[in-house]
Design a protein. Structure first.
Ligand code: SAH
Length: 267
């Protein structure tokens, strides 16, 4: 499988890129790529590009972008707002939410949030890695943590909010989403200690809020985030689009240019 890498650089035919540090180490020492090896690159703006390694030195690697393999396509406008949880679980939230197609990850400090520090850089690294593996063409934005009060005060007009309410204040998620329309959405998941009553009341006062239930069991916050995003994507999100056809030999498919496909179109 051709490795995929997220880069910050602009991508165009003939663009030369220099990689250093961990990324050069990864390509050279872990994947054992040498001069002439193929890599796929994306930057969230210019689509996906096929590049080859043009030079490899002790601490750096040079790549040359050659041809576009996929045009840029947007992810759904979908935020995941979640109360931070402990290390392994928050890593998993960043990874899975990226796979599930969120455009922004928003750590929210609630009354009963008992995790004090959020390592935004690590969350971002997890999101980059998941985006590389999942064939995304963008990396979700990872926001600085914000208090629930500030988040709600500055809530953007027109963005609907699906809140996973473990106290039974909402309809079952698919019933709640019946008739709901695509558009900018956000999902809000509470902390391991749950939401406080006043918080649920405050959230309910926001226009466009949809409280939902996720079944009879109390889920861990990370499970609840994944479950709610999957249901939302399946009911009104981009899971309604057909999964693009892929050749079993995926790396070969890239060679043959078979990944030139637009959204919803079969490639
Ligand atoms: N300590 C709380 C549970 C919190 S679970 C209690 O025992 O009641 C963490 C978060 O996951 C919740 O705030 C909610 O957003 C979500 N969640 C978990 N299970 C859920 C369910 N069955 N329905 C809706 N939301 C749920």
């Amino acid at each position: 499988m051709t490795p995929r890498l997220f880069v910050e650089d602009d991508l165009a035919a003939g663009a030369a890129l220099g990689l250093d540090g961990p990324r050069a180490h990864y390509l050279r020492d872990v994947l054992r790529l040498g001069v002439g090896a193929a890599v796929l690159l994306f930057n969230g703006r210019d689509g996906e590009w096929r590049a080859t390694v043009t030079a490899s030195a002790k601490r750096s690697m040079d790549l040359g972008a050659e041809s576009q393999t996929r045009p840029q396509a947007g992810e759904p406008n979908l935020w995941l707002c979640f109360a931070p949880v402990k290390k392994a679980r928050i890593d998993s939230i960043a990874e899975k939410a990226t796979e599930l197609g969120v455009s922004a990850l928003v750590p929210v400090i609630t009354r009963r949030t008992n995790v004090e520090r959020v390592n935004v850089e690590r969350l971002r690294a997890n999101a980059v890695e998941a985006a590389e593996q999942t064939e995304r063409l963008s990396v979700p934005e990872v926001r600085e943590p914000v208090s629930l009060e500030r988040l709600l005060t500055a809530w953007p007009a027109g963005r609907r909010l699906l809140i996973a309410d473990e106290t039974g204040g909402g309809k079952p998620i698919l019933d709640a989403l019946a008739g709901a329309r695509p558009g900018p959405w956000a999902v809000l998941i509470g902390p391991e200690g749950g939401f406080a009553r006043e918080e649920l009341d405050r959230i309910a006062a926001l226009p466009g809020v949809l409280p939902v239930g996720l079944g009879p069991r109390i889920l861990r916050a990370d499970t609840a985030a994944i479950a709610a995003l999957a249901c939302l994507q399946a009911a009104i999100g981009d899971w309604r689009e057909p999964t693009p056809r892929r050749w079993p030999d995926y790396a070969g498919a890239v060679e043959r240019g078979n990944l030139m496909r637009g959204r919803g179109e079969q490639g």
